[in-house]
Design a binder for this molecule. Structure first.
Ligand SMILES: NC(=O)C1=CN([C@@H]2O[C@H](COP(=O)(O)OP(=O)(O)OC[C@H]3O[C@@H](n4cnc5c(N)ncnc54)[C@H](OP(=O)(O)O)[C@@H]3O)[C@@H](O)[C@H]2O)C=CC1
Ligand SMILES: Cc1cn([C@H]2C[C@H](O)[C@@H](COP(=O)(O)OP(=O)(O)O[C@H]3O[C@@H](C)C(=O)[C@@H](O)[C@H]3O)O2)c(=O)[nH]c1=O
Length: 281
């Protein structure tokens, strides 16, 4: 029986892991939220790992408010970098494999073809920079880790673009959505299932991987498909907006190349529209 700790379990991805737990009877799960262990306090994390034995730690905790990170830099770095450093040190000490998630926002978006794991990073915003520091701590401290860089995560849980669009989609609503960024929407359930399959098979191909659904879209394309599938497209006004104002700069292009993951792991990765449609079935 593999003992698996999921941290940040109250968030979007953490809750997706929780939903799949029963499908993986070979694993014994412990889910913790920020109320139970504040990962930014080393002593708490260290004591918790000494008291409990785990084989894996799946870290879903993060500071994910891209806009607020610009003015709340300290908090973004505390959670996305310092807390990850804490976890990586404690994982080494206790021989725990760390599974962690990072973001397409570590790239500057100057490329026009999908970013691979070898491509140069150059974050444009505080969130992206803080996540990159988190990656570095893991790579410096640990050998047995998986970092999955993913993009545009959504699900029916928590705060994400999908839920923002659906909540606002009352008859007569007007949407102005940017076409200035291209990336890939990724179903958080797909990511959770992908990771659990890897762990359950006892895989030891540790390292940095890119994982998103297949294909590419602008945020406008994504919003259109969400509204279309929900049957609400006809009741709202949807406009392309090339001057939508944000505080944080986002990469113009951040599609991830999934070749490495595809060659290493057996699970099929779905095209983004196909995966999105599954939320409506
Ligand atoms: N959402 C997205 O579009 C994308 C996300 N990612 C990455 O995927 C991962 C999961 O993201 P997602 O589930 O969407 O994020 P959420 O914001 O939904 O969840 C993050 C969780 O982290 C918890 N947390 C924050 N601070 C601490 C702390 N000090 N100690 C313990 N827990 C803490 C929060 O708990 P509380 O609310 O109680 O503070 C929250 O439940 C993150 O690493 C993120 O960077 C990557 C690409 C895209
Ligand atoms: C709500 C809204 C957003 N937008 C734009 C703003 C922004 O450029 C883009 C996305 O908006 P959001 O703020 O919802 O998404 P954002 O917070 O940028 O999402 C990011 O979150 C972090 C955690 C990640 O790691 C990234 O992969 C990515 O998913 O869409 C519009 O054009 N119109 C709208 O009505």
């Amino acid at each position: 029986m593999k003992k698996v700790l999921v941290t940040g379990a109250g968030g979007q991805l953490g809750q997706c892991f929780k939903k799949y737990a029963e499908e993986f009877p070979g694993m014994e799960f412990t889910f913790t939220t920020s109320d139970e262990i504040d990962l930014s306090i080393f002593g708490l994390v260290s004591a918790y790992f000494r008291k409990n034995e785990f084989d894996y730690c799946i870290n879903c905790a993060a500071y994910t408010n891209v806009e607020q990170a610009e003015t709340n830099r300290e908090m973004a770095f505390l959670i996305n970098s310092e807390a990850v450093k804490n976890l990586s040190e404690v994982c080494v000490e206790n021989k725990v494999v760390l599974v962690h998630f990072s973001t397409d926002y570590v790239f500057d978006g100057e490329k026009n073809t999908p970013y691979s794991e070898e491509d140069k990073t150059n974050p444009l915003n505080v969130y992206g920079a803080s996540k990159l520091y988190g990656e570095d701590h893991i790579q410096q401290n640990l050998e047995e880790y998986y970092i999955f860089r993913t993009s545009w995560l959504y699900s029916d849980i928590g705060h994400n673009f999908y839920n923002t669009i659906l909540k606002k989609a009352i008859p007569g609503a007007v949407f102005n959505i940017t076409t200035e960024q291209k990336g890939t929407p990724t179903n958080a359930y797909d990511l959770a299932h992908y990771v659990l399959t890897i762990i359950s098979e006892g895989n030891k191909e540790y390292g940095l991987y890119h994982f998103s659904n297949l294909g590419e879209a602008t945020w406008f394309d994504f919003a259109k498909e969400i509204l279309n599938l929900s049957g609400k497209l006809k009741d709202v006004e949807l406009n392309k907006d090339n001057s939508y104002r944000t505080v944080a700069v986002r990469p113009r292009y951040s599609v991830l190349n999934k070749e490495k993951a595809g060659k290493t792991f057996p699970e099929e990765i779905l095209p983004w529209k196909e995966s999105l449609a599954r939320l409506y079935n």
